[in-house]
Structures are given as structure tokens and as C-alpha cells.
Design a protein around this ligand. Structure first.
Ligand code: FAD
Ligand code: FES
Length: 252
């Protein structure tokens, strides 16, 4: 039943490897493109012969009549996705979730690995006074998506840019500058470390959470995280109430 809700189907326009194990996919999906805001995601049904679960992917860009995804090949589903040819049809549901609050002022986006995907679209929607901080394990990718911005890079191996965590790099930069808001997406450890910094400095921050999902529609509670709501603590669903949350309210 869940699979029949708000289904939309899109033609694959391109599906190309842009770096080792990282793909950029364009999908013709006019309805989704028209509605999609930065931080929202699509849920894609992949026939892997095993699960009947969809896989969530952030919308990393919107074109005239289409959306773009950036994805990392991780397991079975993305392993199948990477082989899908242009011209093929894909079962795409969306746009789902709440998305980032796009505000004016001086902003920073902080991405860890493939977590940069939703930040590409967000950066295009912000008014331009935005600094970009990207952390990678070793080799950076998708840097062309941030052409025209001040991009600071950190790599764990030291292969490029600052050696170490992107949040440490940000922390150093925050000694000489500040931001009206910081937006982030990446591994939990990165988000947790960012939260320590933004809580300490009182900088408003929003983060997109990439929890494992089941239904993607708010029904199964698989994706719940603990959030402070007024005076109490409550579970919120990443798929329905998120994936973007005010970082100061999330318990990590
Ligand atoms: C809101 C949101 C946005 C995301 N955006 C992107 C993106 O833009 N690019 C990208 O590369 N990845 C993104 N992810 C992660 C992506 O959904 C998983 O990497 C993908 O589902 C893995 O599928 P798999 O079958 O290849 O891996 P497997 O490990 O074989 O997956 C098995 C099952 O676990 C689920 N699963 C595993 N890891 C995750 C995960 N991190 N999040 C959710 N479900 C998971 C899968 O959906 C699948 O049902 C996002 C996740 C969320 C929640
Ligand atoms: S994935 Fe089912 S409630 Fe979020």
C-alpha cells in the first residue's frame, strides 16, 4: 500500500560517474522539480529482488522539468542504480520532508562526504553570501557544484586542503568570522561535532539527518530521533518531521 502513495515516475536523463563510486543522476520529473525545496528528498523504488523498501536521496539540484541527485554507491540498491542507463524509467516519489529554512545574511554550509548533496541546491537558493566547508575522507568530489563560492576543504588523509575534520577547520575560521546561520549534512559524528561548536557559540544551525528509513512517509517510526520540543523530549521522524532539524534541539 505504501508503494502506491503519491508515486511519480521519472525518466533517467543521465547517470554518470563523476568520481570513484560517486554518481550524478538527472531525472525528468516536472512535478517534483516544480515543488522541490532545498533539503527535501525523493524516495526511489529499486527492484533489488530482496527488499520492498525505497531508498532516500536528497534533491541536489532542480532544472527545467528535472531533478538531479548525487549519490554514493553503498550497497545493493545503489549498486543497481549505478548501472541504470539513460532513457530508463525510475519510480520516484517526492518531494518529501521539510527542507532547510532559506534565510538571508551571512551563511555557511558544511558538508561531509556525500552529505554535500542537499547543500548544492541549498547554496544556489541562498542569497550568495555563503561560505562552503567540505570534508572528505581522501579525494574531494563534486567541487564544480560550488563554482563561484569560497570553498574550504578538509580531508582526513591530508590529500587536499586542511588535514583533519571539517568541523575543526570551521572552528578555526570561526575565530575570525561568524555566520547568521550554518547549514549541514554529513555523517553523525560530523553533525555532533558541529553541534558542540554551534551550541557553544550560539550560532543558529540546521542539519539534515540521514537516518535509515523504512516507509519514508511517517508511518513506521524507523527513522526517529530525539528532539527537545518546548519543555519535553520527543521522538521526531526524520522522513516526515525532518530530515532537517534545528541542531540545538536535537539530542545526540
Ligand atoms: C533524507 C536522506 C537523504 C539522503 N540523501 C542521500 C544522497 O543525496 N546521496 C546519497 O548517496 N545517499 C543519501 N542518503 C543515504 C542513502 O539513502 C543510502 O546510502 C542508500 O539508501 C543505501 O542504499 P543501498 O541499498 O545501496 O545500501 P544498503 O546498505 O544495502 O541498504 C540496505 C537498506 O538500508 C537502507 N539504508 C542504508 N543506509 C542508509 C542511510 N544512510 N540512509 C537511509 N537508508 C539507508 C537502504 O535504504 C536499504 O533499505 C540519504 C538518506 C536519507 C535518510
Ligand atoms: S521511515 Fe517510516 S516513519 Fe520515517
Amino acid at each position: 500500500m505504501l508503494l502506491q502513495t503519491a508515486e511519480k515516475t521519472g525518466r533517467i536523463l543521465y547517470n554518470e560517474e563523476i568520481s570513484e563510486g560517486i554518481y550524478r543522476m538527472g531525472i525528468e520529473a516536472p512535478d517534483i522539480a516544480q515543488e522541490a525545496g532545498p533539503g527535501q528528498f525523493v524516495h526511489i523504488l529499486i527492484d533489488d529482488g530482496a527488499y520492498l523498501l525505497r531508498r532516500p536521496f536528497s534533491i541536489s539540484g532542480v532544472t527545467d522539468g528535472g531533478i538531479e541527485l548525487l549519490y554514493k554507491v553503498k550497497g545493493m540498491g545503489t549498486g543497481i542504480m549505478r548501472k541504470m542507463p539513460a532513457g530508463g524509467m525510475l519510480d520516484v516519489m517526492g518531494p518529501l520532508g521539510n527542507g532547510f529554512d532559506v534565510i538571508g545574511g551571512r551563511t555557511a554550509v558544511v558538508g561531509g562526504g556525500i552529505g554535500l548533496a542537499p547543500l548544492v541546491y541549498l547554496t544556489q537558493r541562498l542569497d550568495g553570501d555563503t561560505d562552503v566547508y567540505l570534508g572528505f575522507n581522501d579525494k574531494p568530489f563534486a567541487l564544480d557544484c560550488f563554482d563561484g563560492y569560497d570553498v574550504s576543504i578538509a580531508t582526513m588523509t591530508g590529500a587536499c586542503g586542511y588535514r583533519g575534520d571539517v568541523t575543526k577547520l570551521l572552528s578555526e575560521k570561526l575565530r575570525e568570522r561568524t555566520y547568521d546561520r550554518i547549514y549541514a549534512c554529513g555523517p553523525k559524528a560530523m553533525i555532533k561535532s558541529l553541534k558542540r561548536i554551534t551550541d557553544r557559540l550560539g550560532i543558529p544551525a540546521e542539519a539534515s539527518f540521514e537516518e535509515s528509513m523504512g516507509c519514508g512517509l511517517g508511518a513506521c517510526m524507523v527513522c526517529s530521533i530525539m528532539v527537545a520540543d518546548g519543555g519535553s523530549r520527543t521522538y521526531k521522524r526524520v522522513c516526515k518531521d525532518g530530515p532537517v532539524f534545528d541542531l540545538d534541539k536535537v539530542e545526540m
